[in-house]
Design a binder for this molecule. Structure first.
Ligand code: CU
Ligand code: CU
Length: 317
């Protein structure tokens, strides 16, 4: 019963925690309203998760444009009217190395003030992360000192609202000594508060239970479009929880993470994780090598949130 509907439209085995609305209604406390978490087939392109190697340039020039008209498809038929840093939610993964310099500029094409905050940067908040008025452009330069998986986002008050509306992305700072070659994927966990096609601003501010919790912007997209790696291959996940409000318990069903680099820093290595606790804005690198072909779901083990869309599949071939 739990998975009948999802299985019929998903085109393959689905992890049962990713219930359809039909299933969830049997458990709903507040009555109907849970949407069917089904990724549309026609015209839908999953957010690219597989990463390309970092480029050789020592100076990274990044130009972004804030927009308040960015639609992100949470699930089939549910389009969230979001705000974005570069026209997509999450914004592009930015990859550089320790010692590299970023020359960053941001143009505000929206109707209200916005800003940028790079967690990887040492820069005074009042100078680098202040609000930019509509139509204005702003630039600042910073040098990467710490390796890791870092959040960048708009920090204009109410920051919780700007983040909930989609103004975030992942930056990866590579260590000076590169990690071994691997199949690499990025996953950004985020929440959306969206009831009956309306943004639930009170719910955002109050930290209520979100309506959707997703990886890379769309519920369950990597169930229908699994991440693929080979048996025996080193797989490396760059995982970031942008919240804005909920913790994540990143977990792989059927696999133990061989190595985990807390905050994505190779000096913070720990071994043999069943789950990794990732605070709002926290990042992590998880490595695993799997010998047996099959499906390995990726979830937050806060299972209520997995049921709201935070499920993907790693397919080992
Ligand atoms: Cu903003
Ligand atoms: Cu922040």
């Amino acid at each position: 019963m739990l998975n009948d509907k999802a299985a019929s439209v998903g085109g393959g085995p689905r992890f049962p925690a990713a219930a359809s609305a039909h299933d969830l209604q049997h458990f709903a406390v507040e009555g109907p309203g849970n949407p069917a978490l089904i990724v549309p087939k026609k015209g839908f392109k999953p957010y690219p998760s597989e990463l390309q190697p970092v480029g050789p340039e020592k100076v990274k020039k990044i130009y972004q444009e804030v927009r308040s008209d960015t639609i992100v498809q949470l699930t089939d038929g549910v389009n969230y009217p979001g705000w974005s840093l570069d026209g997509k939610i999450p914004a592009s993964v930015i990859r550089m190395r320790v010692g590299d310099t970023m020359e960053y500029s941001l143009k505000n094409l929206a109707e209200q003030g916005h800003s940028i905050d790079f967690h990887a940067a040492n820069a005074p908040w009042d100078k680098a992360f202040h609000t930019i008025e509509p139509g204005k452009e702003f630039a600042f330069t910073w040098k990467a000192k710490h390796p890791g998986v870092f959040m960048y986002h708009c920090v204009t008050p109410l920051a919780v609202q700007h983040v909930a509306n989609g103004m975030y992305g992942m930056s990866i700072i590579e260590p000076e000594e590169p990690l071994p070659p691997a199949r690499e994927f990025s996953l950004v966990q985020s929440e959306f508060y969206f009831k009956n096609n309306e943004i639930d601003y009170d719910g955002i501010a109050a930290g209520n239970s979100p309506d959707y919790v997703v990886f890379n912007g769309t519920a369950n997209q990597y169930q229908d479009y699994p991440l693929v790696a080979k048996a025996g291959e080193l797989v490396r996940f760059y995982f970031l929880n942008v919240g804005p409000n909920m913790w994540s318990g990143f977990h792989m069903i059927g696999g133990v993470f061989d190595k985990v680099y807390l905050e994505g820093n190779p000096r913070n290595v720990t071994y043999g994780h069943q789950v990794v606790s990732v605070a709002p804005s926290g990042g992590v690198i998880c490595e695993v090598t799997l010998d047996e072909p099959g499906l390995y779901p990726l979830v937050t083990h806060c299972f209520a949130h997995a049921s709201k869309g935070a499920v993907g599949i790693l397919k080992i071939v």
